[in-house]
Ligand binder design. Structure first.
Ligand SMILES: [Zn+2]
Length: 325
């Protein structure tokens, strides 16, 4: 495998961009599903390489975290060093482009597998965070909620000998720290009840909450098509929306560098950088009228122009009979 090279931003070929633009124009209510690949340009590492294999060791599981004090020490020691990379990360051009596409009327739902909160920071609304938020922590005993930022000073104050260490950041606020969980480390506890605190993310071995899946499924039903951005879809919780879209006759397109689990069912694939592709796409697409808005004063003129440009044919609109393969 090769890490993607930051010196080669992998701009999309113009014919790929043409195809993507045409896809969105035919299916303007997009269910956008994003993954780690959209946040790597914000300095947040992903879990997997371009072939979908683990880059290093697999992430902690729920069973490990709740089952062993040593695992919790290891988790929090690594989190203390790795969280700042995600806690202070800024959205990149891809996040901003999706926010612009949403305000232009092309994103009916934004579902992310990421826990970094960067879509919200870029201005997207109603984001469904399938795997939760690394920005929050909750008590497994009493349910009290805390911001992750409020936990960081406690971690650092109580563990000065580890706080000074350097470790490269890893996915989801983790760090590459070879920490022996049998060494002393003060894990944070609930200020209200002393109970076990857990980051409000869906760990491996844990299910996505049912109501979150239901919200995303309803959003899929209301959408015309799926656009996958920056995900290998190796995790079933994301992949299933592509499978369900196919069952419902809704086409799936993807912008991703490298293989995805959904490759066999994709109607369109753009193998290019998320940022370069979405910025170019957003620049090409004019604001769209929603069905609930009245006609713009110039809508009739637009239609006439489209009709003329199409050699007298009325402009194509989204239908369920489009053949995408
Ligand atoms: Zn508590």
């Amino acid at each position: 495998m090769t890490e993607s090279d930051p010196l080669t931003p992998a701009a999309p070929a113009s014919d790929a961009l043409d195809a993507l633009q045409a896809f969105v124009e035919r299916h303007p209510r997009l269910f956008v599903l994003t993954g780690a690949g959209i946040s790597t340009d914000s300095g947040i590492p992903g879990y997997r390489d371009e072939n979908g294999a683990w880059k290093r060791s697999p992430p902690i599981t729920l069973q490990e975290f709740t089952g062993s004090e040593a695992w919790r020490r290891r988790y929090w020691a690594r989190s203390m060093l790795g969280w700042p990379a995600v806690g202070f990360a800024q959205p990149n051009g891809a996040h901003h482009a999706l926010a612009r596409l949403e305000s232009a009327g092309y994103v009916s739902a934004l579902v992310t597998q990421n826990v970094d909160g960067l879509h919200q920071r870029a201005g997207s609304h109603g984001v469904i965070e399938l795997h939760g938020s690394i920005g929050h922590v909750h008590c497994l005993a009493c349910g009290a909620q805390y911001t992750r930022a409020s936990i960081q000073p406690l971690l650092e104050a109580n563990n000065p000998e580890v706080a000074g260490a350097f470790a490269a950041p890893a996915a989801d606020g983790d760090a590459h720290l070879d920490f022996d969980g049998n060494l002393p480390f003060a894990v944070p506890a609930c200020a209200a009840c002393g109970g076990m605190l857990k980051p409000s993310v869906v760990f491996f071995g844990e299910n996505v909450p049912r109501e979150r899946v239901a919200a995303a499924t309803a959003a899929l039903d209301a959408a015309d098509a799926v656009l996958v951005v920056g995900s290998s879809l190796m995790v079933y919780s994301g992949y299933r929306f592509c499978a369900w879209a196919q069952q419902r006759g809704k086409p799936v397109a993807a912008v991703n560098l490298g293989r995805t689990r959904a490759d066999p069912l994709l109607a369109l694939k753009v193998e290019a950088s998320c940022g370069a592709t979405l910025e170019a796409l957003a620049a090409r697409l004019p604001p769209r009228l929603s069905e609930h808005d009245g006609p713009r004063p110039d809508a009739a003129a637009d239609t006439a122009a489209d009709t003329a440009a199409n050699g007298g044919e009325p402009p194509r609109t989204a239908t369920n009979t489009d053949i995408e393969r």
